[in-house]
Design a protein around this ligand. Structure first.
Ligand SMILES: Cc1cc2nc3c(=O)[nH]c(=O)nc-3n(C[C@H](O)[C@H](O)[C@H](O)COP(=O)(O)O)c2cc1C
Length: 194
């Protein structure tokens, strides 16, 4: 059984919905379990993170970067970094914000660098960009055209029951599924449980 841990922060609930979509996607893959971990509760979950085959990091984009709460988790993980405890685990990332761009790429880059510092192996989104041609639609998968990880947009004046958009939630599900499939291949290749 490959454990996929999804560590995320969400100040107002929108990114939490994206995290739940990532978990849904991961759970469609046989032989996979998923743990949703809020950064506020990460102190109780270091052992789960140690056991995980893959860790998917998620944060809202606040002021063009990961939220302060997510950054606190990053800094706390330096205890694991010293021992290189997450070396060779798979990693991936997602972010949500209110603007279509909103500098979400900066947050995904921050998460990827964080994973690289931990010697993790980054898994990108693996989708062609959607909604970028005359035939494109806002309902397309990866409508925000990201490669590094999953992006989502939620309107600034609406609660999490309205956003992220359905296409962005499906894109998040895709990321969870992709990482889960990669985790099964990764653990089988190491002779571990498939
Ligand atoms: C402190 C703060 C900073 C923000 N900065 C950005 C930003 O840089 N880009 C953006 O598009 N939205 C920004 N937003 C909007 C949030 O990303 C957006 O409301 C998001 O859906 C919040 O996710 P959450 O409900 O999971 O916290 C900001 C919101 C807050 C509270």
């Amino acid at each position: 059984m490959s454990l996929i841990a999804i560590v995320y922060h969400s100040g107002y609930g929108h990114t939490a919905r994206q995290a739940e979509a990532v978990a849904r996607g991961a759970l469609t893959v046989p032989g996979v379990s998923a743990a949703l971990i809020k950064v506020e509760e990460a102190e109780r979950h270091w052992a789960d993170l140690e056991k995980a085959e893959a860790i998917i990091f998620g944060s809202p984009t606040y002021m063009g970067s990961a939220s302060a709460q997510f950054k606190a988790f990053m800094d706390a993980s330096s205890r694991v970094w010293v021992e290189q405890g997450w070396k060779d685990k798979l990693a991936a990332g997602f972010t949500n914000s209110s603007s279509q761009s909103g500098d979400k790429l900066a947050t995904l880059q921050q998460l990827a660098i964080f994973a690289a510092q931990h010697a993790m192996v980054w898994v990108g989104l693996g989708l062609m960009p959607g909604n970028n041609s005359s035939a494109g639609r806002a309902e397309d998968l990866n409508r925000l055209g990201s490669f590094l990880g999953a992006m989502a947009q939620s309107n600034a004046d609406q609660g999490p029951e309205y956003g992220p958009t359905p296409a962005d939630l499906k894109t998040a599900e895709h990321l969870g599924r992709r990482v889960a499939e990669a985790a099964n291949r990764w653990s089988a290749g190491r002779g571990g449980p498939a």
